[in-house]
Design a protein around this ligand. Structure first.
Ligand code: 1GP
Length: 259
């Protein structure tokens, strides 16, 4: 059994820095050579972990190759973000063991997890339990998981989902705006922050430092970006400005909330 350390690492880094950034790599869109280069640059720019996954076109073999390439390039946790139970890799450090809470199909709430759990055990992967809530445009993740994405203005319902995630025992909650879509509004993140105590992950459509600053200021603990590292000419500079703005936002929040 591998050592379980990723959850502690994440919580410790959030305590130290106020908020942390994770870089998402999709094996369907990023070949392993490019993934190592992106991982190196993102690491140099202050990213805290590499997430690996995608909604379509991802096999276990592709995931293995990408994880191995990233592990060789950087010494930060590689966390699987699987779209299916066939996208698990024994070479990763941990897996977001996620349930799509607002799917209309029970397969994505508990079925895929039942299929994947014995594989996770066999591979000795650390599990990070995650309540995943799709909102806004929802993106490809929403389409393939039969989710009914929650409108950004349905504040009370989003808060209720996030609270349900906490009360059901999930260790993290993910507010997903959908890859390449519009980011989750900071005011919505703030409402969730005022109601839940578990760490809040926010992703989908984060491209600008200003967005990262406002989301961290509103109470996001972890920001995830995928599309910008696939598209940027200069990944290091792009991630660096996002991380810097995010940490400034987290500091502003601490000052605001200080007794
Ligand atoms: C998708 O939240 C992530 O699951 C990342 O979204 O590709 O828009 O950065 P982007």
């Amino acid at each position: 059994m591998k050592k379980r350390w990723v959850r502690e690492y994440i919580l410790e880094r959030i305590r130290e820095r106020g908020a942390i950034h994770m870089t998402l790599l999709d094996p369907d869109k990023t070949p392993p050579e490019q993934a190592s280069k992106i991982a190196r640059e993102a690491f140099a720019a202050g990213t805290s972990a590499i997430m690996v996954g995608g909604s379509t076109g991802v096999s276990e073999g592709m995931t293995d190759e990408l994880v191995l390439a990233v592990k060789k390039a950087v010494d930060i946790p590689v966390i699987l973000f699987p779209g299916t139970p066939t996208a698990l890799s024994k070479y990763a450090d941990a897996v977001w063991f996620l349930s799509v809470l607002n799917s209309q199909n029970p397969y994505f709430i508990v079925g895929a997890q039942v299929q994947g759990a014995p594989i996770v055990k066999r591979y000795g992967l650390e599990t990070l339990s995650l309540g995943y809530i799709l909102m806004g445009s929802g993106g490809a993740a929403s389409l393939v998981s039969y989710a009914r994405p929650l409108p950004f203005d349905a504040t009370e319902v989003v808060v209720a989902y996030a609270l349900a995630a906490e009360y059901m025992g999930f260790n993290f909650v993910y507010l997903e705006g959908g890859s390449g879509g519009h980011p989750v509004p900071p005011a919505l993140v703030r409402m969730v922050r005022e109601n839940v105590t578990i760490p809040i992950i926010v992703g989908g459509g984060i491209r600008e430092p200003e967005t990262a600053r406002e989301l961290a200021k509103a109470g996001a603990d972890i920001l995830v970006t995928g599309t910008i590292v696939e598209e940027s000419e200069n990944v290091q500079e792009k991630v660096r400005e996002i991380v810097k703005a995010m940490e400034e936002g987290a500091r502003a929040r601490r000052l605001r909330d200080a007794p």
